[in-house]
Design a protein around this ligand. Structure first.
Ligand code: AMP
Length: 274
């Protein structure tokens, strides 16, 4: 793996790669969720670039920007073993300038759910993803369904700004106990992790109820709420269609059930695509 730390160097390096290029933007602390995106790119592209950049503009005041997990050595080793072509690790000053151009993520869809609990979070996400796309110039970019609203908003940006990039969504990767993999899981104490297992359990139960014919969103949400009763704070439980409109009834192949909670100080999100 070639490690590239500046935009200038990336520009030079990028020019020597022709043919299809798959790109996986990450914030590092790589886990099996990231690996599944990388492997998909390796199989389907001539070249694969991964970025690690903990983007300050998508963190709100008081969030975990400064203590976001860092496992740089292990991340480099992993990219090496997987045979990633380029690992791009820019610094903040490389990506951002004084008097920055701000991206305004589309209203409503960026200010509900994740965006309601983290106002302007998606402005920062779209800003950095657009910059990274312009720098890396990928043919395809890979994103996890774990961050479903982010995936929707990025696909929407690509479509509306006519970016010549194909967005490839990938299924959520879970640990053996069902918990969706997240870099933030390392914040959890064993006891908190045990509590957090109610999240995948509640989604599984909801999906079983739906298989048995339940379609009413309120009843589905109540069932989830019941399973999550020991969780400290529930930020939201919502049923939306794939365009992130709230729906009263499940529409099979066009629905997502979303959960965001706090266990101790750790914010966890999960979802299931129905
Ligand atoms: P992050 O490093 O958290 O910004 O995530 C980088 C990419 O990995 C995003 O597209 C995430 O949606 C994706 N991702 C994170 N966790 C998982 C997971 N458990 N399964 C699949 N993709 C994931």
């Amino acid at each position: 793996v070639l490690i590239v730390k500046t935009v200038d160097e990336l520009n030079r390096v990028r020019a020597s790669y022709s043919g299809s290029l798959g790109f996986i933007p990450t914030m590092g602390a790589l886990h099996k969720g990231h690996i599944s995106l990388i492997k998909e790119s390796l199989v389907n592209n001539k070249h694969t670039f991964v970025s690690i950049f903990v983007n300050p503009t998508q963190f709100l005041e008081g969030e975990d920007l400064d203590k976001y997990p860092k496992t740089i050595e292990a991340d480099i080793k992993l990219c090496q073993v997987l045979n990633v072509d380029v690992l791009f690790m820019p610094s903040k000053d490389d990506i951002y300038f004084d008097n920055e151009i701000k991206i305004q993520a589309p209203f409503i869809k960026s200010y509900i759910l994740e965006g309601y609990n983290r106002p302007a979070h998606f402005d920062g996400v779209l800003q950095v993803v657009l910059k990274l796309f312009n720098i890396v110039k990928p043919s395809k970019a890979y994103f996890g369904k774990k961050d479903a609203q982010q995936l929707f908003l990025i696909s929407n940006m690509v479509k509306k700004l006519f970016l010549p990039i194909e967005i490839i969504p990938k299924d959520i990767i879970r640990d053996d106990d069902g918990l969706a993999l997240s870099s933030r899981n390392i914040y959890l104490t064993p006891q908190q992790r045990n509590q957090a297992l109610a999240i995948p359990k509640s989604l599984l139960k909801a999906s079983n109820l739906i298989s048995n014919g339940l379609v009413d969103s309120i009843k589905i949400k109540n069932s989830i709420k019941e399973t999550l009763k020991d969780i400290d704070i529930i930020e939201y439980i919502e049923v939306v269609d794939r365009e992130f409109n709230r729906i009263k009834e499940i529409d099979v192949k066009n629905s997502i059930i979303l959960i965001a909670v706090r266990v101790g100080n750790t914010r966890l999100i999960d979802n299931i695509w129905i």
